[in-house]
Design a protein around this ligand. Sequence first.
Ligand SMILES: NC(=O)c1ccc[n+]([C@@H]2O[C@H](COP(=O)([O-])OP(=O)(O)OC[C@H]3O[C@@H](n4cnc5c(N)ncnc54)[C@H](O)[C@@H]3O)[C@@H](O)[C@H]2O)c1
Length: 428
Amino acid sequence: MSVYTDLTGKKSKLAVVGLGYVGLPLALEFARKIPVIGFDVNPKKVELMRNGIDPSKEVEPEKFKGVDIVFTSDLDLLKEASFFIVAVPTPVDKYNVPDLKPLLAASATIGAVLKKGDYVVYESTTYPGCTEEDCLPVLEQQSGLKMGVDFSLGYSPERINPGDKKNTLRSVVKVVSGNNAAALDEVAKVYELVVDAGVHRASSIKVAEASKIVENTQRDMNIALMNELSLIFDRIGINTYEVLEAAGTKWNFLKFYPGLVGGHCIGVDPYYLTHKAASLGYQSRVIAASRYINDDMAKHLARKIIKYVLRQSDNPRVLVMGVTFKENVSDIRNSKITDTVAELRAFNIDVDIVDPYAVSEEVSHEYELALSEAPTGLYDAVVVTVPHAPYTNLDDNYFAAITKQHGVIVDLKGIYRSKIHSRPYWSL
Ligand SMILES: NC(=O)c1ccc[n+]([C@@H]2O[C@H](COP(=O)([O-])OP(=O)(O)OC[C@H]3O[C@@H](n4cnc5c(N)ncnc54)[C@H](O)[C@@H]3O)[C@@H](O)[C@H]2O)c1
């Protein structure tokens, strides 16, 4: 008998620990095939999910129907599981040092219910070595069991992209790994239940961990290059998007664009890698420089706006359209535009913020910022941060109606390039 046959024969259950952007869709996909326990420490979230509501608003209510799942915060229920998947947050602290508290707490939780023959697979993004060197000791100590003898370990990075309906859990190849060949095979079979695109068997847990962190580090560095180009082209007086459009006609030119790098992945994960490198005596240069450039863009933007509006007006007013870290999602984690807002306010500039997706209470709780219902009066600058769907069709008339004659349209993502004629216009 194997854990796979136990699960598919409905003799045991799969538990997902941490039901956020990653854990909930994963738990619901598995629950179409096998019995699932959805475990989260936040009882308010658990209550919403019991009522078919995704607190992150990513999963449609229909996905909660016809599935075999129990949502709980009760440790006792976890005892029924034999295959545990961990999808808790892996943030950094205020010094950009990895904060493993949720990961270690989840490991202790699982360690307390772990039995012989069980599997624990981590999905949280982390540095190579974390699963075996940081999490495993907690599992072994709490359970009194030995990995490789009593239970098996795995790592399978998540590639979910909130807001993206095309590249989903089912349609994207999933990297899987295990502590030995038999464990890898079992982990692969379990994931194949829900990933139509199939799995990629990584040669080790560390390789699988590294593969994920490299995906996001590569994106961070490519965006940093575009941001640096934008700083240079701004001084030269040419539009970066026009340059990229021209350069993009070459067959091997990679399509990346400048922008604020926020969220919980691209702006965070490279710090996990540089932290690990530093612990091994290597100080990263290229990765750290990219982080620095991307993190400084919010202040660069603020400086540009401040210089402009203070020359135009005694009591300047700025409108920020979009506070989420990317388009068409409600996720405001590490929203870099809030750094720009803080800098503008430090110069006594009045700032209004609107966003059709962000939740007012969350913005107020996280950043102590109030969301306005709609623009009011005339502004000296309007900053459009992300191409939210309701923003993409706005035109020159719309912006003319909400700005003073000198009001500048700051279009970070170049959505309105060559469409704004009656007002000054910038993009990154
Ligand atoms: N969101 C993404 O797009 C994405 C993509 C790929 C990888 N990841 C990675 O996946 C992991 C999870 O990210 P997320 O965006 O789903 O996070 P999230 O904040 O949306 O959800 C995490 C959930 O874990 C719960 N939790 C925290 N500590 C817990 C504990 N000890 N026991 C049980 N539950 C606990 C929280 O209450 C929350 O509901 C992170 O490592 C992240 O970097 C995220």
